[in-house]
Every structure is written in C-alpha cells, then in structure tokens.
Design a protein around this ligand. Sequence first.
Ligand code: KIV
Length: 279
Amino acid sequence: MSDEREEVNINYLYKKKEVGEKISWLTAYDYPTAQYEEKAGIEMILVGDSGGMTLLGYDSTLPVTMDEMAVMTKAVTRATDKTFVVGDMPYMSYQPSREKAIESAGRLMGECGADCVKLEGGKRMAPTVEAIVDAGIPVVGHIGMTPQSAAQLGGYKSQGRDAETARELIEDAKALEEAGAFAILLEAVPSRVTELIYKEANVPIYGIGAGPKNDGELLIVQDILGLFELFKPRFVKRYANLGEEMVDAFERYKSEVKEGVFPAEEHSYNIPDEEYDRI
Ligand code: KIV
C-alpha cells in the first residue's frame, strides 16, 4: 500500500534503469483514478492532454487549454503521495516562445504540483527543453507519433518505419538528451528502432507502443479499462471492460427505478412513530 512504498522521484527512475527494472506508467486525469493507481503501486502518472479526448470528449488534443490541464493535474496531485506525476504541456503552451514555455511549465509545477513536465518534439524543440531545464524544471521529451503534430505527420501513424525517419528519431533522442531532458518517451515506434535509441541513451527511455526493449511502459488508462471507444491503437492491451460493466449497472439501476425495486427499506430513512404522529 502507498504508505510502505518508496517515493518515486528522478533518482528512483535512474536507479531502476541501472538495475534493469521496468517502470509502470499510466495516464490519469481525475482524483479517484489517480488514487486507485497509487493504491496499485503504479510508479508514474501522466496527466496527459489525451484527457481532452478520453475525459472531456474533444476529437483531438489540440483544443485542450492550460486551464483544463491545470484542473486535471491538480486533481491527480491531490490524490497522490508516492507516485511521480508528469504534467503534460498542451498545444500552444510551449511552441510560441521559450518564455511562454517556461511560464506554462512553471504553472504545472508550482500551481498544480506536478513533479516534471512533458512536451512533444525532438531537435526543433531542443532549445525549448533547454530553456525549461535551465529554469530548474525537469522535462520528459516525447517523440515518435506526437499527437499535437498529427496534421504534419499525416495522421495518427507509427513513426520511424523507414531508414531516414528512423535515423531522424535517433537524432531527435540525442538532441533531447543533450538539451537536458531527464527521460524520453517514444510513441508508436518500431521495436528495433526503440532498441537502437535505448542502447545509445544515458537517460531512461520509456515507450507507448514502442516495443518491449526500454525502461518502462506507458498506456492510457481508459484504453486498458475499456472506457474509450473511438479507436484502439495496435499497442493497447485491455485489462478490463469497465465500459460494459457501467452500461450494465446503469441498465439495472434504471429498471429497478422503473419497477419500484429501488429504493428498498434499507436505503430509506425512518422517523420514530411518536415523532411522525406529532406532524
Ligand atoms: O497525452 C498523452 O496521454 C500522451 C501520451 C499519448 C503519450 O501524450
């Protein structure tokens, strides 16, 4: 349980890398989910801008605002104690300028209590990563299939599947490491390309759809619980079907209300007879 758990911090992540123990990482965007993830001993939580789609119902991550990220991040950090919380930087919260990037990252850390921030992009984002790190904020770089650039990448497609783009990914990872990112997340990248990056890197390399050879796995919590129906990437493994269980519970509740089965005696309050008679 959480009390006996070691606190997860950057030292912990590097220690686990050194001994070859993989890190468990899930997204969360709300208090109860974060609480249950911490109870289960999940080591890292990403408050991702994917919450814009899985929780808020947008059809991409682009409309997600800093204010929405702040609400979700604060809910998660209120629920966690030992888990390492990664605050995701939403679209246009860091791209326009380094000043804006430092301000947005600072908000996720200071106001929202995140332990570090994550942003999308390789070489071209390296100066921004460097500026945020110089401001004293730990950064996770995110390359491969980066949803905020889906329009440029030709949709939500795996990346690095030919020699040229694979080489670019390797250079992106190096640039991020040199810029001071303390970890790198690869999304939807061929396993063998991940392995090349992993072998060269001095920082932890995490994957979501990047094969097994890395320092840890991330998945989106609604995907593993069966709570997101719009699409199911190849890399998702479903561990529960909570969506189906919810519909079943809602249907049973509805029919018990219609049939007068609920509420029963045990769900109702009593007034003593003598008090009732005085009404
Ligand atoms: O927002 C998010 O959940 C992410 C993952 C898809 C990597 O950035």
